[in-house]
Design a protein around this ligand. Structure first.
Ligand code: BV8
Length: 248
C-alpha cells in the first residue's frame, strides 16, 4: 500500500478504508468538468440574461411555460452532449469498495447513473423526465406533439420537467433516504456544492451532528468549510480519483 496520493491526509485514507457506511452529497460542481454549467455560472448565449434562480420556479412556469420549457430543452441538449467525468466515475468505483454507500445528488443531469452509480438519490428530480403539470404523474409527450410545452396525453394540461423548483417540496421518499444516509454514515463527502440551497445544504451538518467524519471537495470555500474535519481543495475530477486510488 503506497503513500496516499498527493493531498490526501493519511488519517483520512485510513478513515475511508475503515468506513462501513459512506454517504455522498453532490452538487453541480461535479458536473462542471463534464461541460455542464454550475447553477451559479453565468449562463451562456440566449440564456445569459436570465437568472436560473428565477427560471427554476413555479411562478416562472406559470408566467411563461414556453420560456421555461425551452430553457430545460437547452439544458437537456447540453447534458446530452456531456459525458460523465473522472469525478462521477470515482464515486461509481467507491460504491464497490464500501459496505453501505449512498449517493445523494442535487443534480438533475443523470450523469451519476450514466457513470455506473447504482444507489443514487435524486433530491431535485431528473431533467430527462417530464410530468403532467396538473396531475403530477411522470408522462412523456406524444412523439408528434410539437407544442411548447407539449400537452399531457392524458388530460391535455401542459407538461413540465420532473424537477423540484424553488418553493416546491422535495420528494418525501428521496428526502427521507438522504437524511437517513446522513444520520447513519461513518463518513460523509460533500462534493461540488455551494451549500446554499436548503434542505440539501443541511445534510452535511446532520452527518456532523451524528458523529460522522465530513470531507468537503471543492475548489472554493463554502459555508460548510469551517465545520468539516477535512477540506480537499480542488476539482472533483482530480480529487475523487486520487481519494479512491488511495484505498485501492
Ligand atoms: C423547499 C432543480 C419548502 C431545478 C434546484 C428564502 C426565500 C425563498 C426560499 C427559501 C428561503 N430560504 C430557504 C428557502 C428555500 C429554498 C432555498 O434554499 N433557497 C436558497 C437559495 C435561499 N429551497 C427551496 O425552495 C427547496 N424547497 O424549501 O420547499 C416546502 C416544503 C413543503 C411544501 C412546499 C415547500 C427546493 C430547492 C430545490 C431547487 N431546485 N434544482 C433545476 O436544476 O433546474 S436547486 C439547484 O441549485 C441545484 O439543484 C442545486 O441544488 C442548487 C445549486 O447549488 P449547487 O449544486 O451547489 O451549485 P452551485 O452552482 O451553487 O455551486 C457549485 C459549487 O461547485 C460551487 O461551490 C463551486 O465552487 C463548486 N465547483 C465548481 N467547479 C467544481 C466545483 N466543485 C468540484 N469540482 C469542480 N470542478
Amino acid at each position: 500500500m503506497g503513500a496516499p496520493a498527493v493531498g490526501i491526509p493519511e488519517d483520512l485514507v485510513a478513515g475511508l478504508r475503515d468506513a462501513d457506511t459512506v454517504a455522498v452529497l453532490t452538487g453541480s460542481g461535479i458536473s462542471a468538468e463534464s461541460g455542464v454549467p454550475t447553477f451559479r455560472d453565468a449562463q451562456t448565449g440566449l440564456w445569459a440574461r436570465y437568472d436560473p434562480m428565477q427560471l427554476a420556479t413555479p411562478e416562472a412556469f406559470e408566467r411563461d411555460p414556453g420560456l421555461v420549457w425551452e430553457w430545460y430543452a437547452w439544458r437537456r441538449e447540453l447534458v446530452e452532449k456531456a459525458m460523465p467525468n473522472p469525478g462521477h466515475e470515482a464515486l461509481a468505483d467507491l460504491e464497490r469498495y464500501v459496505t453501505s454507500f449512498s449517493l445523494v445528488t442535487q443534480n438533475v443531469d443523470g450523469l451519476h447513473r450514466r457513470a455506473g452509480s447504482r444507489n443514487v438519490v435524486e433530491l431535485h428530480g431528473n431533467i430527462w423526465r417530464s410530468k403532467c403539470s396538473r396531475e403530477g404523474v411522470v408522462v412523456e409527450p406524444r412523439a408528434d406533439d410539437t407544442e411548447v410545452p407539449p400537452s399531457c396525453p392524458r388530460c391535455a394540461a401542459s407538461l413540465r420537467p420532473d424537477v423540484v423548483w424553488f418553493g416546491e417540496a422535495l420528494p418525501a421518499d428521496a428526502l427521507g433516504e438522504a437524511f437517513e444516509a446522513a444520520h447513519s454514515c461513518d463518513l460523509f463527502l460533500s462534493v461540488g456544492t455551494s451549500g446554499l440551497v436548503q434542505p440539501a445544504a443541511s445534510l452535511p451538518f446532520e452527518a456532523l451532528q451524528a458523529g460522522a467524519v465530513v470531507v468537503e471537495v471543492n475548489p472554493d470555500e463554502t459555508p460548510l468549510t469551517r465545520h468539516v474535519q477535512y477540506t480537499l481543495r480542488g476539482s472533483a475530477g482530480t480529487v475523487l480519483p486520487a481519494l479512491v486510488d488511495s484505498i485501492r
